[in-house]
Design a protein around this ligand. Structure first.
Ligand code: ZN
Length: 133
């Protein structure tokens, strides 16, 4: 006896389920299931974007660590390791601060500008000293 037709829960087309999985099969073909899993994964990511990004960052680090170890290279220093994504974000933030400061500095006299630059350099050197310590 032929299996009864079923309606795909993805594309809504009628299909004949495989007779081995007739009672459980709800999708017509693999691509429909893959599409549904992709849609569900996107919804999960959108629901918790920050959590997803942190988990992805950690997953990427673990993957790179495994690859390095498999290649027999020395492990990267785990403390304060900056990823490329974090670096791009930091560069953007620094660029915004620089642009804002240039706009402000354009209105200063030369003497005020010199004092302001000296103050910023001292602050940066102090921060660098703390970061390297
Ligand atoms: Zn389908």
């Amino acid at each position: 006896m032929a299996c009864a037709k079923a309606r795909c829960s993805g594309c809504r087309k009628w299909f004949t389920p495989d007779r081995r999985t007739a009672t459980r099969q709800t999708m017509c073909k693999r691509t429909c299931g893959a599409l549904r899993r992709r849609t569900q994964a996107k919804a999960r990511r959108d629901a918790d974007l920050e959590g997803y990004r942190e988990a992805e960052l950690e997953r990427q680090r673990a993957c790179r660590r495994r690859r390095r170890e498999a290649a027999g290279r020395a492990p990267e220093a785990p403390a304060q390791a900056v990823s490329r994504a974090e670096l791009v974000v930091q560069v953007r933030a620094i660029a915004l601060v620089i642009v804002a400061n240039v706009d402000r500095a354009a209105g200063l006299s030369r003497a005020e500008l010199r004092r302001e630059v000296a103050r910023i350099v001292k602050e940066v050197v102090h921060d660098l000293g703390r970061a390297c310590a």
